[in-house]
Design a protein around this ligand. Structure first.
Ligand code: SF4
Ligand code: SF4
Length: 418
């Protein structure tokens, strides 16, 4: 490709060349649908990235704005007939921009906080105490709208922190995650039980680290690769499948081969499985006290990033009493997208509002998803809409569907007026 500066290493020219500018992805792009600007569409962003690659100069701030506004939801990959690897292109472009504008040190330091499990555990404990003390209810009434929206996303710890425990004869290795181990401890313990009931011995290496997805999305490529190398070493004691319960982590772990380009990374990536791919339906061992309408919300990085849609639904259908109800556009982004709901609150809020509207139209008793960020975003959105519909992780629901349903202290469906 003529005109491409030779020092640009982050974006692969052959990836960008796959886009034929047909525009078939536009209507599937959440930011284009909301903002209505070609520069905020996949085609528009690829055009900007092509321009970025022809120079070594610092990018125009407006280019950075359009690149930053991408959710990296990868819905455009599903829509694209030319198989454009948009997620990889976008991560490369952001790394390139970070190289040319090294002003984001504070942002990088903040993102790197997720790599400190003890810090996250302490934060989750504080969030739990804050909720239990009643301060949260008071704060919600007093905080200005913007702060109240951020506060609503605060993940209060769900039970104790999950502590990875190695096991020499494990059939599968559980990836502990950052938010999953600190704020979704009960879900991780549910996952272990579900896998054990599926006939699998579960281990989990103690020295595993953050997957690096947030870093890669923010253009912090070198730190992301460093974390990838640490995880590959940590899981090198066996060849067992690596089971993941966070869609964003799973999609990124599967990309380690491309990220590092060596054989060890490719072998690691080939071992990665979403928990829904290895769990078996609980069948008659777990039943519901009454029939329940269950809405399943696809996480972008499961549906678009890993092409996993069927397995979670089959597991849910395998539970007696579950009526799986469809929601419109189930794989459209809910606006969570890592830290997007903090960096781009207006767009995230609109996506959250649309998602809540489609969920309430389906009149579910419970909403199930397989990604912690989506779960927090949907909980906050449903609460803001005055609907007390519980939102739980797929593994928690499979482990104990009746307790997930019992969390419905809401008025009946008819009372919600949906
Ligand atoms: S990303 Fe794919 S669908 Fe979108 S314009 Fe390019 S080739 Fe067409
Ligand atoms: S990743 Fe999502 S937000 Fe970004 S261009 Fe593709 S569809 Fe649009």
């Amino acid at each position: 490709m003529e005109g491409i500066a030779t020092n640009v290493v982050s974006v692969r020219p052959e990836d960008v060349a796959t886009c034929v500018s047909c525009g078939l992805c536009l209507n599937d792009c959440p930011t284009y649908r909301i903002l209505g600007d070609e520069a905020d569409s996949p085609r528009g962003r690829i055009h900007l990235i092509r321009q970025l690659m022809t120079t070594t100069a610092a990018p125009d701030p407006s280019v950075v704005t359009h690149i930053d506004a991408c959710l990296v939801c990868r819905a455009c990959e599903t829509a694209c007939p030319s198989l454009v690897p948009f997620g990889r292109i976008m991560e490369g472009a952001r790394e390139e921009i970070a190289h040319r504008r090294p002003a984001g040190r504070l942002r990088a330091a903040l993102i790197d906080l997720v790599t400190h499990p003890r810090l996250l555990a302490a934060a989750a404990l504080l969030a739990w105490a804050y909720e239990r003390s009643g301060l949260r209810r008071v704060a919600r009434r007093l905080l200005p709208r913007r702060l109240a929206e951020m506060e609503a996303l605060l993940p209060a710890a769900e039970g104790a922190v999950y502590r990875p425990a190695p096991r020499a004869d494990a059939d599968v290795q559980l990836f502990a995650g950052c938010l999953m181990r600190s704020s979704f401890g009960d879900t991780q313990r549910s996952t272990v039980r579900v896998l054990e009931r599926s006939g699998l011995g579960v281990g989990s290496p103690q020295d595993q680290v953050c997957c690096g997805a947030l870093h890669a999305h923010a253009g912090l490529g070198e730190r992301s690769r460093e974390l990838a190398r640490a995880n590959i070493a940590s899981f090198s004691g066996s060849n067992a499948p690596i089971v993941v319960t966070a869609a964003g982590c799973g999609a990124h772990l599967r990309a380690y081969g491309e990220l590092l380009g060596d054989e060890a990374a490719r072998r690691y990536a080939a071992r990665v499985r979403d928990a829904s791919e290895v769990a078996r339906p609980p069948g008659a061992r777990r039943t519901l006290p009454r029939p329940a309408r269950v809405a399943y919300q696809d996480a972008c990085h499961l549906a678009h990033g890993q092409r996993i849609r069927r397995e979670p639904r089959e597991l849910l259908r395998g539970i007696d009493g579950v009526e799986l109800v469809a929601i419109a556009d189930p794989d459209r982004c809910c606006g969570s997208a890592g830290i997007y709901n903090l960096t781009h609150p207006e767009i995230a809020r609109e996506l959250q509002r649309q998602k809540v509207e489609t969920i309430l139209a389906a009149r579910p008793d419970v909403v199930v998803s397989a990604n912690p960020g989506c779960i927090l975003q949907l909980r906050a959105g449903l609460a803001a809409a005055g609907a007390r519909v519980p939102v739980v992780h797929l593994m928690r629901f499979l482990d104990d569907p009746s307790s997930a349903l019992g969390a419905t202290s809401s008025p009946g469906r008819a009372d919600r007026g949906a």
